[in-house]
Design a protein around this ligand. Structure first.
Ligand SMILES: Cc1cc2nc3c(=O)[nH]c(=O)nc-3n(C[C@H](O)[C@H](O)[C@H](O)COP(=O)(O)OP(=O)(O)OC[C@H]3O[C@@H](n4cnc5c(N)ncnc54)[C@H](O)[C@@H]3O)c2cc1C
Length: 367
């Protein structure tokens, strides 16, 4: 029996790929509900632009996998290209993008500096960098699309996992709803809550929950196609296909803080958007919400296991602010590891051992 903790996109995708391999004895334990964590709270954007080459390569594979999902997996994540547009003012940011542009070109990532005035609706004095291959998808189509495919095969148990029992160096069972659930393999895909679950058994993962706020306005005439990232203010926003402006600001709060939002931060967000986009007047916010980014020291995810851990324990977590776009693909890689003991090169690169071995990645591009 294989047990997965967490019914976010990562846990669901892993279960789906295991089922595709013919493994049906799977239990998914979820504390609240499918998509309760960041998988139900994100902005569903994807990009190839990262600081670290390994993340560029991983993103390339993950995004291609999502593009092919409709044909290959009969899943429709509603993916589309819209571009990312960075607004850069500070010399430090501009020279950083000049350096990154050279690296991105070696990986055939399209994009470059363009005239800001090409985007006529934007009011910005500075340098603009455009990445046309980036875009958006629909997180609910992905998460619940996968859920729909596995709900009659995998067993879903709703309850908080409160403990992991280890016998003779192996994971034997987990404690949920005051009972012990025996398992042969345990994969923890509990997002920001992953370190809290694992630290009692001596598995200490450097993942810090950081709460981020997000907002969506009423729909207006469609103009803003790319995700606009204002480097100076830290505000990023775009428009949904329906016409709502969706985005977030730079505010962060560390720890397992409540999922609230602040009226003051929302006003700051709106003010910045109105300053950048010409002709926006009274736009009403329909909804605000928050969720956790799961920050690691090198802003890159953790997948696989470490030889010092109890046997048969695996992790797939710590995706900072970009784990939705990686979710489908990581489930595929994790299923190869868990079912076939086949570790892709990425499992070594993004494995937990890197923190003790001093092999940190050079990532800092968290939007
Ligand atoms: C505001 C915001 C914007 C974002 N924007 C983007 C974006 O544009 N693009 C992108 O790619 N990514 C984005 N992300 C990041 C992305 O959403 C996450 O990286 C991704 O959803 C993580 O998925 P997951 O399955 O690992 O974790 P989660 O979706 O967090 O799922 C973990 C699940 O585990 C459950 N759980 C936790 N502890 C226990 C326990 N003890 N017992 C049982 N169950 C437990 C939780 O209830 C939860 O359902 C954003 C995140 C936020 C917060």
């Amino acid at each position: 029996m294989i047990t997965i903790v967490g019914a976010g996109v990562h846990g669901l995708s892993l279960a789906y790929h295991l089922i595709r391999k013919g493994i049906n004895d799977i239990t998914i334990v979820e504390a609240v509900r499918v998509g309760y964590g960041s998988s139900g709270r994100n902005l569903a954007r994807f990009r190839l632009n990262f600081n670290d080459e390994n993340n560029v390569k991983f993103a390339r594979e993950a995004i291609q996998y999502m593009w092919k999902a409709r044909k290959k997996l009969n899943l429709n994540p509603m993916i589309y290209k819209a571009g990312y547009l960075w607004l850069l003012k500070k010399e430090k940011d501009i020279s950083n993008f000049r350096r990154l542009d050279v690296m991105w070109k070696t990986y055939e990532v399209k994009g470059g500096f363009i005239e800001c005035k090409d985007f006529r609706y934007i009011n910005f004095e500075g340098e603009c960098y455009f990445s046309p291959e980036s875009g958006a998808f629909h997180h609910d189509y992905l998460t619940y699309g996968i859920y729909d495919k596995i709900k009659d095969v995998a067993k879903f148990v709703y309850g908080n996992v409160t403990g992991i029992n280890v016998r003779s160096g192996k994971v034997a069972s987990i404690r949920v709803n005051s009972t012990d659930l025996e398992t042969e393999k345990l994969i923890v895909t509990a997002g920001a809550w992953t370190p809290r679950l694992l630290s009692p058994i001596g598995v200490n993962l450097p993942i810090t929950p950081v709460r981020k706020e997000a907002y969506i306005t009423e729909d207006i005439e469609f103009r803003i196609k790319p995700l606009i990232i204002d480097a100076e203010s830290g505000v990023s926003f775009s428009q949904t296909l329906k016409g709502e402006i969706i985005g977030g600001g730079p505010e962060e709060k560390e720890g397992y803080v409540e999922f609230s939002t602040s009226f003051f931060h929302m006003l700051n967000f709106l003010r910045t958007v109105k300053k950048i986009v010409n002709g926006l007047h009274n736009i009403g916010v329909l909804r605000s919400w928050s969720g956790y980014y799961e920050m690691t020291p090198d802003r890159s995810h953790i997948m696989g296991y470490d030889s010092s851990w109890p046997e048969n324990l695996f992790v797939d977590a710590g995706y900072s602010g970009h784990g939705m776009m990686f979710g489908l693909y990581s489930g595929k890689l994790m299923s190869d590891l868990v079912a076939d003991n086949t570790a892709s090169e990425f499992i070594r690169i993004f494995g937990p051992s890197r923190f003790n071995e001093g092999r940190l990645l050079a990532e800092s591009m968290v939007i």
